[in-house]
Design a protein around this ligand. Structure first.
Ligand code: GTP
Length: 346
């Protein structure tokens, strides 16, 4: 059994965070994101993992290495030009031609993949998709399946007035189990999308095509800044369980500073007297000066937050300089090396 992680997208929605750090390795609670997916695959006994890359591939390879540190074997395949999700799968999985678990490289989940694999085998399926119920399906493509799990149709971004009638709220969760027969539906070297090209082709050919609906499992697409921040809060408040959080012992926190028990700090953080950090994640080497406040936020490595600055519900990239008395308000997302002059409000 092999897995392919689709990790070649540009991650435009997560800009500016993805300008210097490709989405698959953005830090999530101070770990490169894909390590969570690698852990989920390893737990299901899948150790042969191919990373399908296109955008900034060298950075991803440098950070993840050969996988031995994580108990898996990582193989990296870089497309000559972006091939889309379906084309990337063909390019990455062609050689091995065996049942393959395919993951979108921006899905955070604690899903036990062995359940979808058993389901796939029981049904004799050629392609199985995990689906997730969402409360507001307006911005998604919906997938309708029957009680037996057979996929009936795909409905692209429905109009609000049609939603009540549809009674469908399950979306494609970006987790697939595919038999090698699917490879033959994708022309070699050409750009193809799963949603727009491959899935309609499977339907058209009436191949066994099933859906497995996720239930209580945690699932989130971390591809937007708001969702990326929420994923952190889900870790800190225990909504997502089953992953160890690394809390550094090598920090310098003044006795007159307050760091709440939820917050996670990386190595070599310095928190000065009168500063307050709550419900936040600080990367390694972050400095928070006197009387500064960091609340509900994510701060990447080596950023300095000067005296009396006030940061709330924000994401701040690497090596930024936040001046004295600066106010960074809810929803702000600052790219790496941003410098904010004293008293700036964003
Ligand atoms: P946005 O630009 O913000 O939409 O993000 P994205 O580029 O990641 O696109 P999207 O979220 O639609 O992609 C879903 C998954 O497929 C992500 O994990 C991408 O990394 C991956 N992906 C998208 N296009 C390609 C591609 O051409 N090649 C490869 N290898 N992966 C891709």
């Amino acid at each position: 059994m092999q897995a392919v992680i689709l990790a070649g997208g540009k991650g435009t929605r997560l800009r500016p965070l993805t300008v210097y750090t490709p989405k698959p390795i953005v830090p999530v609670v101070n770990r490169p994101f894909l390590l969570y997916q690698i852990e989920v695959l390893r737990r299901a006994g899948i150790k042969n993992i191919t990373l399908s890359l296109s955008y900034q591939p060298d950075k991803i390879e440098d950070v993840l290495g050969d996988g031995s540190e994580y108990g898996v074997e990582l193989r990296f395949i870089t497309e000559p030009n972006p091939l889309g999700t379906g084309g990337a799968y063909r390019f990455a999985a062609d050689e091995l031609r065996e049942t393959t678990v395919v993951l979108n490289g921006d899905i955070l989940t604690d899903f036990d993949l062995s359940t979808i694999l058993s389901f796939h085998r029981e049904k004799g399926s050629a392609a199985t998709l995990a689906l997730k119920s969402v409360e507001d399906p307006r911005t998604y493509g919906l997938v309708e399946s029957d009680t037996d799990g057979r996929i009936l149709r795909f409905i692209e971004k429905p109009k609000p007035e049609d939603l009540d009638e549809l009674a469908v709220n399950t979306i494609n969760a970006g987790i697939y189990v595919l038999e090698p027969a699917i490879l033959d539906l994708i022309p070699k070297g050409e750009n193809r999308s799963f949603e727009y090209d491959v899935f309609p082709e499977i339907m058209g050919r009436k191949m066994p095509f099933f859906a497995y609906v996720l239930d209580s499992e945690y699932w989130r697409d971390i591809g937007t800044p708001a969702s990326y921040l929420t994923a952190h809060h889900d870790f800190l408040d225990g909504t997502i369980k089953g992953f160890e959080l690394e809390r550094s012992q090598h920090t310098d926190i003044a006795t007159a500073a307050i760091v709440d028990s939820r917050s996670v700090l990386g190595d070599d953080c310095v928190i000065k007297p009168g500063a307050r950090v709550s419900n936040s994640v600080l990367g390694p080497g972050v400095h928070v000066e006197e009387k500064a406040v960091v609340e509900n936020s994510v701060i990447w490595a080596h950023t300095r937050i000067s005296t009396a600055a006030d940061i709330r519900d924000a994401v701040i990239g690497r090596s930024c300089h936040i001046g004295r008395n600066v106010v960074v308000s809810a929803g702000s997302v600052l790219g790496d090396k941003t410098a904010l002059t004293d008293y700036t409000k964003v």
